[in-house]
Design a binder for this molecule. Structure first.
Ligand code: GLU
Ligand code: ZN
Length: 289
């Protein structure tokens, strides 16, 4: 089987050193295995994605000396696939419409009658289930967010509900090798995640799973900050009949104060280093490659 990995940036700001590390690492792993390195433009957030940032991505990656082995996949071209998967899950009764605001969720999660302290999962506060009783019949609604009913989803899996994936890098706590997911953790520490945002018609979790499958990715390369989200992706793969690839979560590049670099840290933009006369080799050295 050909090794295929990818780099999947969002065109919502400049690429920084952390992106350069992820892209160079992915390409290096593909190269070492005589495999393929693919690019995906994650532009489901139409409000924040800008064509100029997408152009800058191609420009920065070319400057770094990176080449991808097929035309980039753009999420904005993929709505038909997202709709098909949502229809499948809706027809199985695994989704329900949710009209809660962030505020509603925070209030419900911290209500005294809930007893325990609110739990934070990969997407923030674990959803308290306010809208779970909303009707699930008829046409799939488009005027509300759609949440996955985690308990119902886990029940449809054949027992024992053994969900696993192979980690070739390390998770946020150094996890590596065969990672076993616990249904209890999915139920209580992940909960009813949003699979279609009202304003987007999809979500990061749904799109990333469908797109990695569409690009034939055999190993996902990405930052350790997404390790916890991987359990959602493995569950979705199981529900949708998609083979789980292996995952290579890598260390995060931090600034001098030890803080993880974010898109808003424009000071660390690759284009800035470039303008200051840095070479691609300098960038490799800076990220420890
Ligand atoms: N688009 C995400 C980002 O820019 C990466 C998602 C992934 O690699 O799974 O951080
Ligand atoms: Zn709700």
């Amino acid at each position: 089987m050909t090794f295929i990995t990818r780099f999947a940036p969002s065109p919502t700001g400049p690429l920084h050193l952390g992106h350069a590390f992820s892209a160079l690492l992915a390409e290096g792993r593909a190269h070492a295995r005589k495999g393929q390195f693919l690019l995906r433009i994650e532009d489901i957030d139409r409000a924040r994605s800008k064509p100029e940032w997408e152009r800058q991505i191609y420009d920065d990656l070319h400057w770094l000396g990176l080449h991808w082995d097929a035309a980039p996949l753009r999420q904005s071209d993929r709505q038909t696939s997202y709709d098909a998967a949502l229809d499948t899950l809706w027809k199985r009764g695994l989704l329900y419409p949710c009209t809660c605001t962030r505020r509603d969720i925070a209030d419900a999660a911290s209500a005294p009658q809930e007893g325990a302290a609110p739990v934070t999962g990969p997407d923030g506060l674990v959803y308290p289930g306010t809208c779970r009783a909303h009707p699930r019949h008829g046409q799939r609604p488009h005027d509300a967010a759609l949440r996955l009913d985690m308990a119902a989803a886990l029940k449809t899996l054949q027992s024992p509900a053994r969900l696993t994936f192979t980690e070739t890098g390390t998770g946020s706590q150094g996890e590596t090798g065969q990672i076993i997911l616990l249904p209890d953790t999915l139920l209580h520490d992940v909960g009813d995640v949003v699979l279609a945002r009202r304003d987007m018609g999809t979500s990061y979790h749904l799109s990333v799973v469908l797109d990695d499958a569409a690009q034939g990715i055999t190993e996902v390369t990405r930052g350790a900050d997404l390790f916890e989200a991987t359990q959602i992706h493995v569950l979705l793969q199981r529900l949708l009949g998609i083979v789980t690839p292996s995952y290579h979560h890598h260390r995060l590049i931090r600034d001098t104060a030890g803080k993880r670099l974010a898109k808003r840290d424009d000071a660390r933009a690759l284009s800035k280093y470039r303008a200051e006369g840095c070479t691609p080799q300098d960038i490799r050295t800076m990220v420890g490659l």
